[in-house]
Design a protein around this ligand. Structure first.
Ligand code: F6R
Length: 609
């Protein structure tokens, strides 16, 4: 949901800002802009559309200033347009903003009555006016920002410039992510670390309510009371190459192919083969927590929610504790029954998804023990939960989640194993068998990636289809949901994921010879039932693309296309099934010519409700 960057230093500022925005475009891409000093004045260039439109607008123009801010937008208040694009400037003050100002209408009325004139429909514009109002009253930039923020309700990550003060870049954060990069006599702000990685790996992670003053001399951070606080810089172990395409046509394709590596990195150091157990450094439950645990809630949104659904199967199977999997935006609005003997697990790639964060806060308020499964280090979710386990997938730039999904599945498998062992439900031998299979998974994923050209042919064959149905049962059902989500979000083809047994209660009416049905039909205890579902589709002339176990040669007679999945435990099969479904969505989108990495209307990190 919008990305912001800021820079103060010796480099060509416009270039640093534009390059930074390119690495944040996954957060929003309906307009972009920069504010930059030139000959002592703050110049603004902003444009509706993708960043390339802004680049065209700037053309060969140069700016002599050493400080600037930039923004890439995902519209919330006001449609995408040049006027609504950030930065917004009032008087001396230019602002870029990620978040939502809830009381902007009342503040706008007050400011209008004082003579302020507004030129956009955004909530952000009031921030620049409000700060300018206090600056005009004689407050210093830092004081003006602090007093203005006191009056604002809502969420924000802000970058602020003051015309007339080239030694001042102010950053502020509340409930929207913001990091400060510490270079050599140069400093950066950004919504996420990738824009800053080419210059430094040392970061300060701002906390809610903090305001930072960046000058060429260094960075000072202040708490809500205005007192300077000392913040420990942290070194991030991602590098800048990880956030580049590396020869692939799209980030999504690169990230699909990175999955075996991501899984190896996620497993590394987390297995105790002799004990048949997992080692989860971020989870140190007090013994009483496990003893008293009555129920587990897994909460997430979108793709991460599909991981949660798989997690429910894994934890119930390995631990015999009831598990609810719930959608972040639904959880807190039904006054959830959750108490101090429950474990609440929030799953999120970004760790900034507003609905998941709000659910976590609700669970904490009600006394549950909380655990976050995140990819982004030091994200809000990771910092607010009692315990955290990181997926080590590396930066994911494609808007559609791929490698973070497979690594979430791995972490949930490890969590289920650890808890199953701790509760004594799983024996040491049982644990060892699970580990032996888990370590084979990256190799089997490599095998799955070799189906890429076969999947591309299937995508081509069904390119004209307007709807797809994805069917799965048991632990494979969430993968049917995920396959359908991938297809719709990047290729804009309508797709439904359905539990195969439920098909006869409605969706079967959709089936005709035009309808491709993707059936997850690997060997497990519901295999025979899935075969019956295949017969039902066939009887109605539906086209079947089956994902079946390698040993299942008979299925070839029953279906139109088949992709073979190497044999492994049913509890690990979802990881393998995911890959051809990601590829099917990818190739369908690529052949249709859609914008695979930045699908319309979407943003990677949904930091608004
Ligand atoms: C789909 C996708 C989204 C995210 C969802 C949650 O490909 O990426 O559905 O999974 O917005 O995001 P995180 O995991 O960051 O909380």
């Amino acid at each position: 949901m919008c990305g912001i960057v800021g820079y103060i230093g010796h480099r060509e500022t416009a270039k640093v800002l534009i390059e930074g925005l390119k690495r944040l475009e996954y957060r929003g891409y309906d307009s972009a802009g920069i504010a930059i000093f030139h000959q002592g004045k703050v110049e603004i260039r902003r444009k509706e559309g993708k960043l390339s439109k802004l680049e065209e607008l700037i053309g060969g123009e140069t700016f002599d200033g050493k400080v600037g801010i930039g923004h890439t937008r995902w519209a919330t208040h006001g449609r995408p347009s040049d006027e609504n694009a950030h930065p917004h400037k009032a008087g001396r003050v230019a602002v870029v903003h990620n978040g939502i100002i809830e009381n902007y209408l009342s503040l706008k009325e007050i400011l209008k009555s004082k003579g302020h004139v507004f030129t956009s429909e955004t909530d952000t514009e009031i921030i620049s006016h409000l700060i300018d109002e206090f600056a005009q009253e004689g407050y210093s930039p830092l004081e003006a920002v602090r007093i203005a923020l006191d009056q604002i309700k809502g969420s924000y990550a802000l970058g602020i410039l003051f015309e007339g003060d080239e030694e001042c870049l102010i950053a502020a954060r509340k409930e929207s992510p913001l990091v400060i990069g510490l270079g050599d006599k140069e400093y950066f702000i950004a919504s996420d670390v990738p824009p800053v990685l080419p210059y430094t790996r040392d970061f300060i992670f701002m906390d809610d309510g903090e305001v930072a003053l960046l000058s060429s001399k260094g960075v000072k951070v202040f708490n809500t009371k205005g007192e300077e606080v000392s913040k420990e810089p942290k070194r991030v172990n991602w590098n800048s190459l990880m956030a580049e395409k590396g020869g692939y046509k799209h980030f999504m394709l690169k990230e699909i192919f990175e999955q075996p590596r991501a899984v190896i990195d996620t497993i590394r150091g987390r297995l105790s083969k002799e004990k048949g157990d997992a080692v989860l450094e971020g989870v140190r439950f007090a013994p009483t927590v496990l003893e008293n645990m009555r129920r587990i809630n897994l909460i997430a949104c979108g793709t991460s929610y599909h991981a949660a659904l798989v997690g429910k199967f894994l934890i119930e199977a390995f631990c015999r504790i009831p598990v609810d999997a719930d959608i972040g935006s639904e959880f807190r609005y039904r006054n959830p029954i959750i108490g101090k003997n429950d474990l609440f697990v929030a799953i999120s790639q970004s760790g900034e998804t507003a609905d998941t964060l709000a659910a976590l806060r609700e669970a904490r308020r009600k006394g549950a023990t909380t655990l976050a499964i995140c990819n982004v280090v030091e994200s809000s979710l990771a910092r607010e939960a009692d315990h955290v386990i990181y997926t080590h997938a590396g930066p994911e730039i494609g808007v559609a989640s791929t490698k973070t999904f497979s690594t979430q599945l791995v972490i949930l498998f490890l969590l289920a194993l650890r808890m199953g062992r701790a509760l004594g439900v799983l024996s040491c031998e049982g644990g060892k068998t699970l580990i032996e299979e888990l370590v084979r998974i990256p190799h089997l994923m490599e095998e799955m990636l070799k189906t890429s050209s076969q999947v591309a042919k299937i995508a081509r064959k069904y390119l004209q289809a307007r709807d797809f149905l994805y069917l799965g049962r048991g632990i494979n059902y969430p993968i049917a949901l995920e396959g359908a989500l991938k297809l719709k979000e990047i290729s804009y083809v309508h797709a439904e994921g359905y539990p195969a047994g439920e098909m006869k209660h409605g969706p079967i009416a959709l089936i005709d010879r035009e309808m491709p049905v993707v059936v997850l039909a690997t060997q497990n205890d519901v295999y025979e039932k899935v075969i019956s579902n295949i017969e039902e589709v066939k009887a109605r002339e539906g086209k079947i693309i089956a994902l079946a176990s390698t040993s299942d040669r008979e299925i070839v007679q029953k279906v139109d296309d088949v992709i073979f999945i190497p044999e492994t435990l049913p509890s690990l099969t979802p990881i393998l099934l995911t890959i051809p479904l990601q590829l099917l969505a990818y190739y369908t989108a690529d052949f249709k010519g859609t914008d695979v990495d930045q699908p319309r209307n979407l943003a990677k990190s949904v930091t608004v409700e």
